[in-house]
Design a protein around this ligand. Structure first.
Ligand code: GLU
Length: 455
């Protein structure tokens, strides 16, 4: 990761800048990959910048392995950031911004222990009240604070929200208004002084000149507090766009299945990055989901406003079908390095319509190269086929000429003609067009397979 020095920019003069801000505490899954992709496409379309920010101030949960995996997954998807940085390397800076809030009287110390806070929430729940922090700490007398300090308690610090309506024009949800009085004052500094997400996120969005915050709708409530923070810092706030979340095929939450929906798992299943990107870029829009070959193409047709407000259904089976469709159209030039050694364009064009993942290419390559275990269904037919095998090098017309001659000699036609031949030559009931496969198998191997069948 490159560690930038803080840059103060005037967002009004800035090109589009977006950020993808994962916490490196786990895998990248379809949900956050979609957020990353949408940010990337939005930036690309606007010729802006895409930043990767690791929200890793929570050192107990963040890990370098997870960070590496995220970088790798993003690279696999083709989403290279213009700049990447870690919040953990900017802790001192957030502390400076926190001091500014203290000076403004907007950050106040609280001494409740986690147990005391949990108890307050429980009592609120029993009284059917929302679990909003009661601001008891605001009423502490200096002597009480001194007593806590003497006991060794260290305060955590909360941002004093102004209890008024916060409104913004969400690029996806339209006008949104949240009464800040219905939200707890967010904790910005932990007891140990570590800054928390609400603070560090806003500071970075200001310092890096983020113009658009595109993220999941689970952050809508956070936005109210964040907008008040931007205002407290006297900084213009970015535009917000909250994406409807992904749900499963039957509308269920994806949370429990996130591991199986991790990019690593999908990759292991043979999903192509561009199939995934094509799928995620259109899911939740009314536009058809089509396999697209490059991210640039996806960006050209991208419009943030296409995303609807209803949760988008993610179905692995649909992704797999799209993956197959993607491969069926994939030109040789885009896949050649990943094909088995010796496999040429004719081979790829012959088999691409018969695979669902690229792994299956190896099966067809083995069938072309052999050895194949021929299946004999009709010995007489195979014997005739061997007799009538055309001389010379096979081309795509050989199959038709040959099978016509076999039909004339044996009286077999249709399925009774083609099926035993396919089984004898490939050992399989189905597969690519035989007129394409036959020249790839070649005369020598064909003869050998027929001889073994007839034996
Ligand atoms: N780290 C936060 C998350 O992963 C970032 C949210 C945001 O984009 O502000 O949910």
């Amino acid at each position: 990761l490159s560690t930038p020095s803080a840059i103060a920019l005037d967002p009004r003069k800035m090109a589009v800048t977006v950020r993808f801000a994962p916490s490196p505490t786990g895998y990248l899954h379809v949900g956050n990959a979609r957020t990353a992709l949408v940010n990337w496409l939005f930036a690309r379309k606007a010729q802006g910048r895409f930043l990767l920010r690791f929200d890793d101030t929570d050192v107990e949960r963040a890990s370098i392995e997870s960070e590496r995996a995220i970088v790798e997954d993003l690279r696999w998807l083709g989403l290279e950031p213009d700049l990447a940085f870690r919040q953990s390397e900017r802790i001192d800076l957030y502390a400076v911004w926190a001091e500014r809030l203290k000076a403004l009287g907007r950050l106040y110390p609280c001494y409740e222990t986690p147990e005391e806070l949990a108890l307050k929430r429980k009592i609120a729940a029993l009284g059917h009240q929302p679990p909003i922090y009661d601001r008891a700490a605001l009423g502490l007398r200096p002597s009480e604070k001194a007593k806590y300090e003497a006991e060794g308690r260290r305060p955590h610090w909360r941002f004093l929200l102004e209890h008024r309506e916060v409104a913004w024009d969400d690029l996806l949800r339209g006008p949104v208004a949240i009464n800040a009085g219905t939200v707890s004052d967010p904790v910005l500094l932990r007891q140990d002084g570590v800054p928390l997400y609400a603070l560090s996120s806003v500071v970075d969005d200001i310092e890096f000149g983020v113009t658009h915050i595109i993220r999941g709708e689970d952050h809508v409530t956070n936005t109210a507090a964040q907008i008040q923070l931007f205002e407290a810092f006297n900084a213009p706030w970015p535009q917000f766009a909250h994406l409807a979340l992904l749900v499963g095929a039957r509308g269920e939450g994806l949370a429990k299945r996130l591991k199986s929906l991790s990019l690593g798992e999908l990759r292991a299943r043979g999903i192509e990055p561009m199939a995934l990107a094509s799928h995620l870029a259109r899911l939740g829009t009314a536009k058809p989901i089509e396999p697209v070959q490059t991210l640039s193409e996806l960006a050209a047709g991208f419009d943030l406003g296409d995303f609807g407000r209803a949760p988008a259904r993610f179905d692995v089976a649909e992704l797999e079908a799209l993956n197959a469709k993607f491969l069926h159209r994939l030109p040789y030039a885009m896949v050649r390095e990943r094909l088995p050694e010796g496999a040429d364009e004719a081979f790829w064009l012959a088999v691409r319509g018969n695979i669902r993942t690229l792994n299956e290419v190896r099966d067809w390559w083995r069938i072309v190269e052999g050895p194949v275990e021929p299946v004999i269904e009709d010995g007489a037919l195979i014997a005739a086929a061997r007799e009538l095998l055309p001389a010379g090098v096979f081309d795509e017309r050989s199959w038709t000429g040959w099978t016509r001659a076999i039909a004339a000699a044996t009286g077999r036609k249709g399925r009774a003609l083609y099926r035993p031949l396919r089984l004898a030559l490939t050992g399989r009931e189905q597969g690519p067009e035989m007129h394409n496969l036959l020249p790839l198998i070649g005369r020598e191997r064909t003869l050998e397979r027929l001889s073994r069948s007839a034996a």
